[in-house]
Design a protein around this ligand. Sequence first.
Ligand SMILES: *Cc1c(COP(=O)(O)O)cnc(C)c1O
Length: 431
Amino acid sequence: MTTDSTSKNEILFARAQQSTPGGVNSPVRAFRSVGGTPRFITRAEGPYFWDADGKRYIDYIGSWGPAIVGHAHPQVIKAVQAAAANGLSFGAPTEGEIEIAEEICRLLPSIEQVRLVSSGTEATMSALRLARGATGRDKIVKFEGCYHGHADSLLVKAGSGLLTFGNPTSAGVPEDFVKHTLVLDYNNIPQLEDAFASMGDTIACVIVEPVAGNMNLIRATPEFLQRMRELCTEYGTVLIFDEVMCGFRVGLGGAQELYGITPDLTALGKVIGGGLPVAAFGGRADLMQKMAPIGPVYQAGTLSGNPVAVAAGMSTLKLIQEPGFYERLGAAAQRLVDGLTEAATEAGIPFCGDAVGGMFGFYFNHDIPSTYGQMMAGDKERFNRFFHGMLDEGVYFAPAMFEAGFVSAQHTDAVIDETVEAARRVFKRIG
Ligand SMILES: *Cc1c(COP(=O)(O)O)cnc(C)c1O
C-alpha cells in the first residue's frame, strides 16, 4: 500500500532489525501503525530533517516536542558545545542545575521546588511515588488515552466494569502492580465524582495530561480540570499535571496557566531538555521536602541534571521567552490546521483540526473529539493514506493517527503554505 521510494532507509531498517527488536528504540518509530519503511534521519535544521536517501522533509514531530525553537538552533548548539568541552558528567552537583531549577520555578509558580531526572517516564514514576509516600495511600487515578511513560502502574487500561481497577496494557506488568490504578474516561465529570464518592479518601493522586497529546490532541474541558482540582483538595489527594508534552508547549506557563489551575505536582520533560535527556518533577515545597535525601521517598539518577543536557535545556528555555514567541508558534499551528481543513473540505473529506499553542491535532472525523473513544472512531485507513501521501511529498507527520503534532518557531508561513499545497494534492488523490 505504500509508495515509499526508499533505498538506504530500507537497507538500514533491515540491518537495524538484526540487532534491535523491531529495528527501533521506541516503538512508534517503526511505522507499524501506518505501514512502510521508517526514515532513518541523518541531520536536521530549522523545520526540516533529511533521511538516509538525502530526501528533505518538513518535520511536524520536532522529536515529539523538544525541538520547539527549530532543529539545531545555533544558540542551543553553542551552549551544548561549550558545556561538553568542560566534561560530560561528574556525578556531583553543578551551578547549571541550580539555574535551570530556578528558571522552572520562576516560570511555573506552582513549582516551589523541582528535581531533575532524565526522562518523562522517570518524572511521572517519581511523582507517583512521592504522592503515595506523602499520603500513605496506594490507589491512583488515570484517564483512558493519557500516556504517562512506561512505569508499571501506568501501563493500564480500564477494567471491564465502571470503577473496577485496570488491566495491564503490556505483558510483564503483574496484575498486582495495576490493581491500585483506576482508569476513568477523560472529560467525564460524573464518573470522576463517583470515584471520589466511593473511595476518595484512599486515592493518593490523580494524574492527568491537562492537554492530552497522546490520543491525538484532545483538550480537557475547563470544568473537568476544575472539578478534579476541587475533589483532590477535598479528599487530600495529590493532583499531578503531566505536562511532559504540554509544558512550555501550549504556552510559557503550560496548561496550568492556560486553565488557571494549580496542580500539587507537575511532571515536565521534552521541551525542558531542548533535545537532550532532561525531565523533571516538582511542585509544593512541603511535598518535595519528602524526597530523599531529606525525606523518606527515594529517587536517584546517575545522569540526573547532566551538565550538557541542562545546557541544552537552559538555552531553549531562554529562547522561548523572546517577545512574541508563543504568539508566532500558535499562529503557525493554527495556520496549518486551518489550511489542512480547507484543503480536505475542498476534496470532500470529513476532516477537522485543533491547535493549542504549538501543539496541533487533525482528525478524519466530522467533529473534534473530546474523548479517547471519539478519537479512535476516526478514519484510520484514510489517515494512513494521507500520512504516506504527505511523506512522498516531503512532509513528515506523526506515523500514527493517535499522536499530536508539533510546530517550531522555524515553521514560517512559507513552510506552512508549502505543507498545505502538498496536502491539497494528497487529499485529491485520497478523496
Ligand atoms: C512523552 C511523554 C511521557 C514520557 O516521557 P519519556 O521522556 O518518553 O519517558 C510522559 N508523559 C507525557 C504526557 C508524554 O507526552
